[in-house]
Design a protein around this ligand. Structure first.
Ligand SMILES: C[C@H](O)[C@H](O)[C@@H](O)[C@@H](O)C(=O)O
Ligand SMILES: [Mg+2]
Length: 400
């Protein structure tokens, strides 16, 4: 038998970084009147001028980062995440050196060099968002070069379809659309006092009335609360069958999460992780028993290469990993892991009344759940199975 010498894949020739505005991966970057910017509780709500709108304090300050990786045969892999112009700088002026000229299959070594070369100023947040964007573009390129969907590169689907819960303002409509649950944004935090707490519970009670006793209802608290408020909210919400209380405390307060997890009523789940990063951050959440479900965002936690490590660690601890909604980037992962039994779908329609692609308008061919589900066969194109909408006004601020 002739032994084929392994020469690797076509080398990486160019890495390019662009920013683009208006929804997409920076999905908080929406127009007026969208549910996602309507008096949602945040840590900034202690300042009255920043209470009504998260855009007022800059939740959409960054915009989307688009990373493109072109191989020497002309194949292009890409990915989108949150990061905007500063992330473009990091990609073109720092990270690109670890990719250009390399074999795209060496994603472990590339990830290691991207992380440890930026560790002195990175480790979480924007820097790891940029690393995640590069890593996801690399996996897209790998899939396109090998003619395989990313889920096949990750070991293949363990189920025939994905099921989704919906995040938005109308769990009642989500139930009618076939989703398995509805997660609502919390509208009032400690700054709203007991009155605000009562309003939170009234909103939950109204939705429980509309959806009946069995449909999952969850509250997303977006880092806004302290342990005392979160505990009182959980105790009051229990009679309305709250399934989980999400990201109630600051991501840095591991001790607060551990206390909240001890305080909530038996059977109610504590979840967090969308603003956590790397295997080391998630190890802290696991070893300090902070939560029941880990929710890394694959576009923010370090990318697919890191999510694989986080997921295996969580699995060893018997914990679920339900990634924060990140469109196809999480779908290709969730369908391959038993400890990821369902996925999040963020309702990006302004009134949560219609299913629209999560990263609209940036991804051409972006699949959406039908009746709350997505067949594995809908994810069978190479890479992440989507193309970049090149009609959008993209800007490459640090072209080389
Ligand atoms: C709905 C929440 O306030 C955030 O906007 C959402 O993006 C995130 O926390 C989520 O879990 O989807
Ligand atoms: Mg959340």
């Amino acid at each position: 038998m002739v032994r084929m010498e392994y020469t690797g894949l076509p080398r990486i020739k160019h890495v390019r970084a662009f920013t683009v505005r208006g929804g997409g991966a920076d999905y908080h970057d929406q127009g007026e009147g969208h549910w996602i910017d309507d008096h949602i509780a945040t840590p900034m709500a202690r300042y009255p001028e920043y209470r009504q709108s998260r855009q007022s304090f800059g939740i959409n300050a960054l915009g989307t980062l688009v990373v493109e990786i072109e191989a020497e045969d002309g194949t292009i892999g890409f990915a989108v995440t949150t990061g905007g112009e500063p992330a473009c700088f990091l990609v073109e002026r720092h990270l690109a050196r670890f990719l250009e000229g390399r074999n795209p299959a060496e994603y472990e070594k590339i990830w290691d060099q991207m992380y440890f070369s930026t560790q002195y100023y990175g480790r979480k947040g924007l820097v790891v968002n940029a690393i995640s964007g590069v890593d996801l573009a690399l996996w897209d390129l790998l899939g396109k070069l090998r003619g395989e969907p990313v889920h096949a590169l990750l070991g293949g689907a363990v189920r025939d379809e994905l099921q989704f819960y919906a995040t938005g303002s109308r769990p009642d409509l989500a139930k009618d659309m076939g989703f398995i649950g509805g997660k609502m944004p919390l509208h009032h935090g400690p700054a709203g006092g007991i009155e605000g707490l009562r309003k939170n519970i009234a909103e939950l009670a109204t939705m429980r009335e509309r959806v009946g006793p069995d449909f999952w209802l969850m509250l997303d608290c977006w880092m806004a609360l302290d342990v005392d408020y979160a505990t009182r909210l959980a105790l009051a919400a229990n009679e309305h069958g709250l399934k989980w209380i999400e990201e109630a405390i600051s991501p840095d307060d591991y001790w607060g999460y551990a206390a909240l997890k001890r305080n909530v009523p038996r059977g109610m789940l504590v979840t967090t992780g969308e603003h956590e990063a790397t295997r080391w951050g998630f190890r802290m959440l696991l070893e300090m028993d902070c939560c029941d479900i880990l929710q890394p965002d694959v576009g923010w936690c370090g990318g697919m290469t890191e999510l694989l490590k986080i997921s295996a660690l969580a699995d060893a601890h018997g914990k679920l990993v339900v990634p924060h909604g990140s469109s196809v980037y999480s779908y290709h992962f969730v369908i391959t892991r038993h400890n990821s039994p369902f996925a999040e779908f963020l309702m990006m329609h302004p009134a949560s009344s219609e299913v629209v692609p999560m990263f609209h308008p940036q991804l051409i061919g972006e699949p959406v759940p039908v009746n709350g589900r997505l067949r594995a066969s809908a994810l069978d194109k190479p890479g992440f199975g989507v193309e970049l909408n090149r009609d959008l006004p993209m800007h490459r601020p640090y072209a080389r």
